[in-house]
Design a protein around this ligand. Structure first.
Ligand code: NAD
Ligand code: ZN
Length: 708
């Protein structure tokens, strides 16, 4: 085979393969930009070597053959592809060709966004939706009627007066970006399959055998054309058709309009391009269509696309690049986020050098390794992300083994070396137990020590309900940290009046507020004196305030109070095991793990010791474990349904007032709260002569004790 012939054969094979993955599996392995480049190369070779052209070349065909999983639908009016323009010059050629052939210097075009979804044809007979099909190979598509019925934007019955005998409406099913992001966020949490991009999401959702799956996906629809039309007066222009479609009840893109001549088209291209990132859906370009149907007819078709329309493409939102390193960043709250450092690449018109890998689960799912070739995606304001690894391009040694092992998430915080722990989001909490999200966030436990969490820790420590250090606002905390005056909360107690004045001067200088402070020199001194006093005063605190101030994840004021009472002193809390902590009412397994993890970290213990050395002190005593409150010592049973709150909620409120909530009625039961349809427990209570409260009485009691 000659060299061009070999390349043509190879390109056809690569493109066929990509077509199959894209159109049939809805799971492309290469980005569109890469596919488009292959296609362009093949087109050029076929042009230069006409002897290599072939009827069945992918350059002459549309999409891919329909899947046998669906009934075939013949398109009486074929569903074609569109020619592509990647530059202004190519658009100029397109306009010139039309102008020349029609003898009209400035032809008018319908201009529309090119939605990145899936083309479908909807057939209406006597105004009713009867069948919907995918494009397939253009001549035969797949019957996805049941799935399309679940897409709310698709009318099941046409609106308006004139009911056409037959009307085929064509358009794009797509997944709005917000729906796509929300779907993926949920999948990352629950361990489900993440969608690569909204276009695959739309195609994959529509080509499902179970319409319930389609119904669960956030799909939308825009109409942009017609197929078979019978018993309906076709307007003279495409733009009029779009208006008519809107009146018949179809959503039509609000970005659609008309433009005249090359200048008009390019102005539209730029205007939509500027808004691209803020549109609620992905578009990969705009489409220009000759507006007058008689002119469309005069221009006609080539094998796979009309000659009267063209797609003008925007810079691709997905590109290939390589991973140079995988790094982990620590956020202000201690969450570890893996980031891929990438060989710089243009994505959607912007140079991208980093992309998020979201979390440890996502890295494992993608199996991203250093050296890998990956697809990065950047759309809208969303941070660029790695959507898949092109495994065939993974660097390997001579024996075919990958050069790099699977990535291992660090078990130490990269910012401070403290140990890390996996935090799972609580999805639901019921009596039966806690339901956690599948995807875990890995966090640094060294909250008191970690430089990444320093500012957050100080802000919390100084806050009114914690150590209550008045006058130390967030701005000065930033400055104290940035200029190196403090590393941990304990360092606050070593700061002098002069330190504060100097820090303030530097902060004002940095923020450009110098003149004012020079004038207000006296006031600054007073502020610093007050601050030094407030810090000194905060040394005398209580155990519960201190516990809250430490900023242990998931330990709020009320848990801090519970801990302080239960143990009476700090030492036994620091020594308590998870098992001991779970014993405490209101401390669940999650919070117990957080507390034990926090005190297990030596870095945190060091800071606590430093606080003591600095003179921070609090009263300690013995444990107070007996319940307190108006219901202390009383046992309550809840039965039946309450209308104003759930039983769990009522139970929690009664517990907060000191009651013990039990599951069954016995002689030890103090009283029973009976809601609607209370059954055997109520009977038992009556039998034993135990006091019964109805919901009104419960509410009155809770109200009376400030607990409702
Ligand atoms: N990544 C891959 O492996 C891979 C494989 C095959 C195809 N592809 C992508 O698909 C494209 C080729 O597919 P194609 O033949 O469907 O061409 P196309 O997507 O470039 O253009 C035709 C399609 O545009 C859509 N469209 C959106 N808005 C429209 C509007 N207002 N008016 C008319 N049509 C509109 C319709 O679905 C129509 O079928 C390539 O550009 C490539 O990016 C990618
Ligand atoms: Zn850390």
């Amino acid at each position: 085979m000659s060299e061009p012939a070999a390349r043509v054969a190879e390109l056809r094979r690569l493109i066929e393969d990509a077509n199959y993955r894209y159109h049939v599996l809805d799971d492309p392995a290469i980005p569109d930009a890469e596919y488009d480049a292959l296609m362009r190369e093949l087109e050029a070779l076929e042009r230069e070597h006409p002897e290599l052209a072939a009827e069945d070349s992918p350059t002459r065909r549309v999409g891919a053959a329909p899947s046998s999983a669906f009934a075939p639908v013949r398109h009486e009016v074929p569903m074609l592809s569109l020619g592509n323009a990647f530059s202004d010059e190519e658009v100029a050629d397109f306009v010139q060709r039309i102008a020349r052939e029609l003898g009209e210097p400035e032809p008018e075009f319908s201009v529309e966004p090119k939605l990145d979804g899936l083309a479908i044809s909807l057939r209406y007979e006597q105004g009713l939706f009867v069948r919907g099909a995918t494009r397939g190979d253009g001549a035969t598509g797949e019957d996805v009627t049941a799935n399309l019925r679940t897409v709310k934007a698709i009318p099941l019955r046409l609106r308006g007066g004139q009911v056409p005998a037959v009307l085929e409406v064509r358009g794009e099913v797509y997944m709005p970006r917000a729906g796509f992001e929300a779907w993926n966020a949920r999948m990352r949490e629950t361990g489900g399959k993440v969608l690569a991009n909204p276009r695959n999401g739309a195609a994959g959702s529509l080509r499902q055998l179970d319409p319930k799956i389609t119904a669960s996906r956030p799909l939308a629809f825009f109409a942009y054309g017609l197929g078979v039309v019978e018993g309906w007066t076709l307007p003279a222009r495409h733009s009029q058709t779009l208006r008519a479609l809107r009146e018949l009840g179809f959503p039509v893109s609000p970005e659609a309009g008309t433009a005249r001549g090359l200048g008009g088209l390019l102005a539209y291209f730029r205007a939509v391009g500027e808004r691209r990132d803020s549109l609620p859906y992905d578009i990969d370009g705009v489409v220009y269509k000759l507006d007058r149907y008689d002119q469309q007819k005069a221009m006609g078709f080539v094998s796979r696309a009309p000659r009267w329309a063209i797609a003008h493409k925007f810079p691709a939102q997905e590109q290939l690049t390589t991973v140079e390193a995988i790094e982990v960043q620590v956020g202000r709250t201690g969450a570890l986020t893996p980031v891929a450092r990438l060989a710089p690449v243009q994505v959607g018109g912007v140079t991208v050098t980093n992309a998020t890998l979201h979390n440890a689960d996502q890295i494992a799912r993608l199996d991203v390794r250093v050296g890998d070739t990956v697809i990065v995606r950047r759309a809208g304001d969303v941070i660029p992300e790695v959507v898949r690894v092109v495994e065939e391009r993974r660097p390997r040694d001579r024996r075919g083994r990958p050069l790099h092992p699977p990535y291992e998430f660090p078990d130490r915080c990269p910012a401070c070396g403290s140990h890390t722990e996996a935090v799972r989001k609580v999805l639901r909490q019921t009596r039966a137990g806690v339901e956690y999200a599948e995807g875990a966030t890995i966090v640094c436990t060294g909250g008191l020590y970690c430089p990444a969490q320093r500012k957050q820790a100080l802000v919390h420590f100084a806050s009114r309900r914690a150590m209550d250090i008045d006058g130390l606002g967030e701005r000065y905390i930033e400055a104290l940290v940035d200029f190196g005056y403090v590393k941990t909360v304990a360092d606050l107690y070593a700061l002098t009046l002069d330190d504060f004045l100097e820090m303030k001067r530097r902060a004002d200088e940095r923020d450009g507020t110098v003149p004012e402070t020079v004038r207000a020199g006296k006031i600054a001194t007073r502020w610093a004196e007050n601050l030094v006093e407030a810090i000194a005063a905060s040394k005398a605190t209580t155990l519960e305030r201190l516990l809250f101030a430490l900023g242990i994840r998931d330990v709020g004021e009320s848990t801090a109070r519970t801990l302080a009472r239960w143990f009476g002193a700090l030492e036994p809390i620091m020594a308590a095991s998870e098992a001991e902590l779970v014993e405490i009412p209101d401390v669940g397994p999650v919070v117990a793990a957080r507390i034990a993890g926090f005190f297990a970290e030596p870095h945190n213990r060091e800071v606590i010791a430093a606080l003591r050395r600095a003179g921070v002190h609090w009263a300690e005593g013995g444990p107070q474990r007996a319940a307190e409150g108006p219901l202390a010592g009383r046992t309550v049973v809840l039965t039946g349904a309450l209308s104003s709150m759930s039983r769990d909620e009522a139970g929690a409120r009664l517990q907060a007032l000191g009651a013990k909530v039990a599951g069954s009625v016995s002689r030890k039961t103090s009283f029973v709260v009976a809601g609607e349809a209370a059954g055997s427990k109520l009977d038992k209570a009556r039998e034993l002569g135990i006091e019964v409260w109805d919901e009104d009485r419960l509410l009155a009691f809770l109200n009376g004790h400030g607990a409702a």
